[in-house]
Design a protein. Structure first.
Length: 308
């Protein structure tokens, strides 16, 4: 069940559930995995930027990934293995692949600036994890500070064939998707799966530009699934109508610094996880912010009964 350059659909970016004492909440991991499977997610991505991976000890990270892999069973699981050092990346990648992961995701380190530096880094990362491990290239300049041009992405994909997917999170980034698909049309780029992130802020048009689906962590992944499906089926207005209904909440959840707090708060309210606890360093929602989220949920419920 390895990832391929034809992978598509909706991969939910999963948070890491903690109990109110800050311990990894294994019961919530099972419940969350079941939820993603039941609503029709194509796959699940764990230990991403919003998964608080940096707050986990090495063995905790392995255990979280293994539990999701085992619980989700039939779903492909992608595991974020980004790390400042290649030794830790190697250990985590090999461990989760041995446990049944479909692939891993790697983000660039913030110090990279030139195309040559970016390519060299990922070439060394592939050497570290092994050329047999399919991996996702995470392009997230807003958070990571690394600008990857379509040209360097093309070189990475062409020269490092174990790179099978791009997690596209540039902003603005619609033209980047169009450029990469144009490369494929002129024959200078082979097949490549493109899934989009950014909290789904631009999902409606990203799919129309050629994205194969979504890989993000919005608190209503059902919306992501539906928008991708409706767009694929040519039901453009229905896709945009559903997206528009969720957009105020998508926008609120995308706030820098408190986005994860909002997402976990909603997921706890929905009963997907047992607590909205985050490990330090963490952000928290004020009573006013919680009231605003509740107001947005109430408005959304008029258009989408899943928000009731």
């Amino acid at each position: 069940m390895h990832l391929s350059r034809k992978s598509s659909g909706t991969f939910a970016i999963a948070p890491t559930p903690f109990d109110t004492e800050g311990r990894v909440d294994t019961r919530s991991i099972d419940h969350m995995s079941d939820f993603y499977k039941e609503i029709g997610c194509t796959g699940i991505t764990v230990l991403g930027v919003m998964g608080e991976a940096s707050k986990l000890e090495a063995q905790e990270a392995i255990q979280v990934a293994r539990q999701v892999i085992q619980r989700a069973a039939t779903l492909p699981i992608i595991v974020g293995v980004s790390s400042p050092g290649f030794a830790a990346m190697h250990t985590l990648a090999r461990s989760v692949m041995d446990s049944g992961a479909a692939g891993v995701m790697i983000a660039p380190i913030p110090s990279l600036r030139t195309d040559e530096q970016i390519f060299t880094y990922f070439a060394q990362a592939v050497e570290a994890i092994g050329t047999d491990v399919p991996w996702v290239l995470q392009d997230y300049p807003l958070t990571l500070g690394v600008q990857m041009t379509p040209t360097v992405i093309r070189k990475i994909v062409q020269d490092l064939p174990s790179c099978v997917m791009l997690k596209h999170e540039d902003w603005p980034g619609l033209e980047k998707i169009s450029t990469l698909r144009a490369y494929q049309k002129d024959g200078s780029l082979g097949p490549l799966s493109i899934l989009t992130g950014n909290g789904a802020l631009f999902l409606d048009f990203e799919v129309e530009r050629g994205a194969d689906g979504a890989m993000t962590g919005y608190a209503f992944p059902e919306m992501l699934i539906d928008v991708v499906t409706l767009s694929r089926d040519g039901r453009r207005d229905e896709a945009h109508d559903l997206f528009d209904a969720h957009l105020p909440l998508v926008r609120y959840e995308q706030q820098q610094g408190v986005g994860l707090a909002v997402r976990k708060y909603i997921m706890a309210k929905r009963g997907i996880i047992g607590s909205d606890f985050q490990r330090k360093p963490r952000s928290s929602l004020t009573a006013t912010a919680r009231a605003e989220v509740d107001y947005l949920l109430g408005r959304l419920a008029r258009r989408d009964k899943r928000a009731v």
